[in-house]
Ligand binder design. Structure first.
Ligand code: ZN
Length: 561
């Protein structure tokens, strides 16, 4: 592709062009903005290059020679990259007169490229830094087989249809605004209703599972975050402190120190442990504007956070319980496929090697007892301890990071936490940090895409819509609507003087699970006919029968409509 671009647009400067999980991209510095027509022309040129079957020749040259070469052709970005490479020698690949800096390996010749497609163009800052020049990134993909490419393109179409930013707007769920600030989510009434439903469920289940619920402030003295180690290890994700009466305060990136504080407000006995505190805690983290993405990557979000304080011999049981709880919650939302990762000690860490090993082993044993398959993510643990990450698979089989369970020997030390043991002496508790959904914003984004906006009944902002065929059906429709509302079913009523087909289409666009359509027959029989979101009709039913059915389905959170 880069070769084709250089042939068509000799002024384009080459930046970087790596392979990705699902294709490749290349960044170009060029005055014009690439159009869809340009992409078509580039594809055509690529086909020519492939037909020529040019051989890829690998050349190992001294770094200085490579610098001179790229300097002489004005490829400044390559020169900048080369200057940062420490090796004495670098590898270049050449094909049909086009030469690029590349570590390799490569296929033997251009003729081996078969099915490919250029997908899109996007702006991208050089090295991802918004202070640098904005380059143009062309995305593409390639397969060995034409059918695989076709299948992948269909998948991309489905991804586009399910895009939570697009559906969020169409279904009036949430918005973001340049005026308010990037990465900050405004929940609209329907989105807020879904969130509230999720929160209520979350709260009930946490009380049932023996958690105590907390509310904590949004800011705290910067010293608290020094003590917790965040200032040392997490600074790049924290905002600048604000000064209040000469003291620095920081908007919270985490909830942990507050929960530690509550634990420490009284003397704890071993009999009380484990202590489980949970909070829907809103935190603020700095993310570069370039990486912000709808609900998925934001600057302020609410974690379904919890901290468990226990004795060392309780860790394994607690992790087992948390794993069960996590998988139960995820299943209720319709996620029963996941990838599990065990993340181990990172390069920068605190605590003793012995603690790291013991806590990593506790996580491992819990996963093995549950018979859960997992991969090891070497070096991806948090600075204070190892963790289990659970990535749910959505209906398109895409993995999404949601749940995390982290063991922490370090914060209890830093905050000098203790409990009185059966021996009458003070001991250090162990801390477990865990989030099930992760962030409510992100989880909502995942739900929207998983269900393509057609939420299960219990989460739908409107569960039933009552529609009339003619004006004379209004009285009976009102009776039914009021009957449903009084039973707590979220109901809307459409008495408008429109054709019934139009009304049905309108409600279907809003993905309302159940439509109740009232005409002459329903009024005369004092019954109702039900039209499911799937298009299936049920009835005639008595209103009491329908109320029983729908209440049961809401209560039991049945996913199928
Ligand atoms: Zn925490």
């Amino acid at each position: 592709m880069a070769h084709a671009v250089k042939e068509l647009f000799p002024d384009a400067k080459l930046a970087i062009g790596p392979a990705t999980d699902d294709g490749f991209y290349y960044d170009f510095d060029i005055e014009r903005t690439f159009t869809p027509e340009d992409l078509a022309a580039i594809e055509k040129k690529m086909t020519d290059i492939i037909k020529k079957n040019n051989v890829f020749v690998r050349k190992i040259v001294p770094k200085e020679e490579a610098i001179d070469l790229f300097k002489s052709v004005g490829e400044n970005y390559k020169v900048e990259l080369l200057n940062e490479i420490e090796d004495e020698e670098v590898s270049l690949y050449e094909e049909g007169g086009f030469i690029d800096l590349c570590r390799g390996p490569h296929i033997d010749s251009t003729g081996q490229v078969s099915a490919f497609k250029l997908l899109s163009v996007a702006g991208a800052y050089w090295r991802g830094n918004e202070k640098n020049k904005m380059l143009q990134r062309i995305y593409g993909t390639s397969f060995t087989d034409e059918n695989d490419l076709k299948e992948y393109l269909l998948f991309l179409e489905e991804v586009k249809k399910r895009d939570h930013r697009k559906l969020g707007k169409e279904l009036d769920l949430f918005s973001m605004s340049e005026e308010i600030g990037a990465g900050l989510i405004i929940w609209h009434p329907k989105g807020a209703l879904i969130r509230r439903t999720i929160e209520d469920f979350w709260l009930d289940e946490h009380y049932k599972a023996g958690y105590k619920i907390l509310y904590t402030p949004h800011i705290a003295k910067l010293d608290v975050w020094r003590k917790s180690g965040h200032v040392d290890f997490y600074k790049e994700n924290m905002y600048s402190p604000m000064e209040i009466e000469g003291i620095d305060y920081e908007i919270k990136p985490m909830n942990c120190p507050f929960h530690i504080h509550v634990y420490k407000t009284s003397l704890r006995s071993y009999r009380e442990l484990p202590v489980r505190y949970a909070e829907l805690g809103t935190v603020y983290r700095y993310e570069r504007s370039g990486v912000l993405h709808g609900l998925l990557r934001v600057r302020g979000f609410t974690q379904d956070d919890a901290h468990i304080f226990c004795m060392e011999n309780q860790i394994e049981d607690e992790i087992l319980t948390v794993l069960d709880f996590t998988l139960f919650i995820l299943k209720i939302f319709g996620f029963d496929h996941y990838d599990i990762y065990l993340s181990t000690k990172p390069e920068r860490y605190v605590g003793t090697l012995d603690n790291w090993e013991r806590s990593t082993n506790a996580l491992k044993r819990a996963l093995e007892i549950k018979g859960l398959l997992y991969d090891i993510d070497t070096g991806e643990g948090v600075f204070y301890g190892p963790k289990i990450d659970i990535k749910v698979k959505d209906s398109l089989n895409r993995p999404w990071q949601c749940s995390t369970i982290q063991v922490d020997f370090n914060n209890p030390e830093r905050f000098d936490m203790t409990y009185r043991g059966s021996d009458g002496k003070d001991h250090r508790p162990i801390m477990i940090h865990r989030a099930l959904m992760g962030s409510l914003e992100r989880f909502f984004g995942i739900l929207i895409e998983h269900y393509a906006g057609a939420f299960p009944l219990w989460l739908s902002p409107v569960q039933v819509e009552v529609l009339t065929i003619a004006e004379r059906h209004s009285d009976y429709a009102v009776t039914i609507s009021e009957g449903l509302k009084s039973e707590g079913v979220r109901t809307s009523l459409n008495l408008e003087n429109e054709k019934i087909g139009y009304k049905i289409r309108n409600a279907t666009m809003r993905k309302v699970p159940y439509l109740v359509i009232i005409g002459d027959k329903e009024v005369s029989e004092q019954k109702l006919t039900l039209r499911k979101r799937s298009g299936e009709n049920i009835g005639p039913l008595k209103i009491e029968e329908f109320i029983d059915i729908i209440k049961d389905r809401i209560k039991n959170k049945i996913l199928e409509i």
